[in-house]
Design a protein around this ligand. Structure first.
Ligand code: FES
Ligand SMILES: [Fe+2]
Length: 409
């Protein structure tokens, strides 16, 4: 037996032991943010399981045949635009497992063109089936080529937003999201006029759950973020009474900002609303469990994908959208606000990155629980802590109570 296999079995056994002994009422303690065994269980049950994850928006793809690469947990995906929608394949050759496509995005010359694996020249068509193999003469005439396929992920489209799931039985997407979120997805992203402006990526030095938890935590919005304080952000009231949001562990908060006439900054333009003359606007931030986010803040419409990169690092992808008819000056302003203020390298996220790195350092210490995550001894009191509890309620159900093929809460 190889060392790798022994190690995989050890991890598999440890996950099984941990799940077997888990008390679902257990508080959220520090090892959930540092333990590779917990991380393995999360990958299997959340990122490779039945939950839905945003992997992009149809406006990112020009025409059919355009594709992008993404990943769910550790599993690489090819997301391909076809005439009647979008397909997603696991980017791993069924022959001996090589990654078939590299890079970030590309386009098949036509839909009869193929993805070709460099290792032994097997090729796959837009259905994901093998349509050719290298050195064909080495195989029998009746070799069932078409039976060798790139594994498919399930795909669902809501308002042009592309969701994917690797689970065997993901719930119907409308049930998973609920009417409220479906309505917001259609309203914000459902227009054919949406134009993809690009993506900003950054690696945060924290476990993925700390980044997500930060979205649920409206408490910190005006205590940590000086920019939101200057904007006179009217306190977000999370919709924690929405039964669907409660059941699946999502988060949704709408709020307003009331920009003061004068802001004491060298360049206050960073806050300006160019498409709204009164300076008052509606903002929305939402997390779709486990780790996909919608946001409309200032002039920036975005989707965020939160991708774990090991136990203590998390990639944030901040995809930004405008409208086809937007004036060049507005477009420039949107990109400026996205890059410098709201995106993962902007002012707000730099503050988050600093706070979250401090949390992660603290998680490595002696195992303990903290007041603000609804430990048994400290039931949540603030509305935002109830929202965080809701996330961890769904988390417990998916990681510790679902079947091993991965269950949605
Ligand atoms: S691993 Fe892809 S063709 Fe052999
Ligand atoms: Fe924040």
């Amino acid at each position: 037996m190889t060392d790798d296999k022994r190690s995989a079995e050890r991890v598999g056994g440890a996950v099984a032991d941990m799940l077997g002994s888990w008390d679902p009422r257990m508080p959220i303690e520090t090892r959930l943010f540092t333990d590779p065994v917990v991380h393995r269980a999360e990958l299997e049950r959340i990122f490779h399981g039945n939950c839905w994850h945003i992997v992009g928006h149809v406006s990112e793809f020009g025409e059919e045949g355009a594709y992008k690469l993404h990943r769910l947990g550790e599993v690489p995906l090819i997301v391909l635009r076809v005439q009647d929608g979008v397909r997603a394949f696991v980017n791993s050759c069924p022959h001996r497992g090589a990654q078939v496509v590299r890079g970030t995005r590309g386009k098949l010359g036509s839909l009869s063109a193929s993805f070709k694996c460099i290792y032994h020249s097997w090729v796959y068509n837009a259905e994901g089936s093998a349509s050719g193999v290298g050195r064909r003469q080495g195989y029998p005439d009746d070799f069932p080529m078409g039976e060798h396929c790139l594994p498919r992920a399930s795909v669902a489209l809501v308002g042009g937003v592309i969701f994917a799931s690797l689970g065997k039985n993901p719930p119907a997407i409308d049930d998973y999201l609920g009417r409220n979120l479906v309505g917001h997805l259609n309203r914000l992203y459902g227009s054919n006029e949406l134009q993809y402006l690009g993506v900003q990526r950054a690696i945060f030095q924290c476990n993925w759950k700390l980044y997500v938890e930060n979205i649920y935590d409206s408490y910190h919005a005006v205590t940590l973020h000086k920019g939101f304080k200057l904007m006179r952000l009217r306190k977000a009231a999370p919709q924690i009474d929405d039964s669907n949001i409660l059941r699946f562990g999502h988060y949704l908060s709408e709020y307003e900002v009331d920009l003061p006439d004068r802001i004491q900054l060298a360049n206050p333009e960073i806050f300006e609303m160019r498409s709204r003359s009164d300076g008052v606007s509606s903002h929305l931030i939402s997390n779709i469990f486990p780790a996909s986010q919608l946001s409309q803040q200032l002039e920036v419409l975005a989707l965020r994908c939160v991708v774990p990169r090991g136990v203590e690092a998390t990639e944030i992808q901040f995809h930004v959208y405008g409208r086809k008819g937007d004036a060049a000056e507005l477009r420039e302003h949107q990109l400026w606000q996205a890059a410098n203020f709201l995106g993962p390298q902007g002012l707000i996220n730099l503050e988050d990155a600093a706070a979250l790195a401090r949390l992660q350092v603290s998680m490595r210490g002696r195992s303990r629980e903290f007041d603000g995550r609804g430990g048994l001894r400290f039931p949540a009191r603030r509305a935002d802590e109830k929202a965080i509890d809701n996330f961890y309620g769904a988390y417990r159900r998916v990681v510790f109570e679902s079947q091993s093929d991965g269950g949605a809460a």
